[in-house]
Design a protein around this ligand. Structure first.
Ligand code: DX5
Ligand code: ZN
Length: 241
């Protein structure tokens, strides 16, 4: 990982998914949630083809980029084909670009392309997609994203059968770190809330995507207060060794 990576020891990062934000004031939502203590902006890209929903593209990423300051934009591409979008999102200011292996004809080529564009590369695995997709690509990966819901919508419930999969991914990434000296981040995405974030951390996640849990706490239509919900998520993580 490069020098602005989250460091060598295990640290928990909160990635706020703007899927549940107020799209009519997206810039303010991004700066408000970061001011409340979120670490990354998780940017869910769906194409009504790979994923059964249609969301936002690189133009919106570029538009919100100035509101994110130094925080990373964590682009989660649920779109097919993916390669042309990689360059667009790199130009639009994404730092981490993650895609689904089923959405790329040539997974290794897409991973290489992400790094050539100067970004960090992530691979996203759906609930039923096996960890064996990671077998030959760990050297080209900076993050593994495990979906704990099926792609498409915010506000779905965390699938509990993902906990053992998170633990298995953690073991695999720890074994890889011990031979390579490289840490690959493990992000969990979908249905993460104050009630289950500690269990997700105990299973081995480093990065926690939270959309509806954070933006659902919007106080009123014109005031975005996320301090207390972000503090609740952090407090739950504090209890984790
Ligand atoms: C689902 C998206 C997720 C998800 C997060 O396809 O990738 O980022 O919507 O939202 P919550 O936290 O509401 O599950
Ligand atoms: Zn996502």
């Amino acid at each position: 990982m490069d020098t602005d990576s989250p460091g060598g020891s295990r640290k928990f990062l909160l990635a706020a998914s703007i899927l549940s934000a107020d799209f009519a004031s997206l810039g303010a939502e991004v700066s408000d949630v970061l001011a409340s203590g979120a670490d990354w902006i998780h940017f869910d890209v769906m194409d009504n083809h790979y994923a059964p929903n249609l969301t936002v593209g690189p133009m919106v990423c570029e538009a919100v980029r100035p509101y994110a300051g130094a925080a990373w934009i964590d682009a989660h591409l649920m779109a097919e084909p993916v390669d042309a979008l990689v360059s667009s999102f790199a130009r639009a200011g994404a730092r981490m670009i993650t895609f689904h292996p089923e959405a790329s004809r040539h997974v290794d080529r897409t991973l290489t392309l992400i790094r050539e564009e100067g970004c960090l590369a992530g691979l996203a695995l759906n609930p039923a997609t096996p960890l064996s997709w990671l077998d030959h690509v760990l050297d080209r990966l900076d993050m593994v994203l495990l979906m704990s819901v099926n792609p498409g919508f915010g506000g779905q419930s965390f699938l509990p059968f993902l906990l053992p999969k998170i633990a298995a991914a953690r073991a695999l990434l720890d074994a890889y770190a011990s031979v390579s000296g490289r840490r690959v981040l493990l992000e969990v995405d979908g249905g993460v809330k104050a009630e289950n974030i500690a269990a997700v951390a105990e299973a081995g996640a480093d990065v926690f995507v939270a959309g509806s849990a954070i933006f659902g706490a919007r106080a009123t239509a014109d005031a975005h207060h996320y301090d207390s919900v972000v503090a609740r998520l952090r407090a739950a993580l504090l209890a984790v060794k």
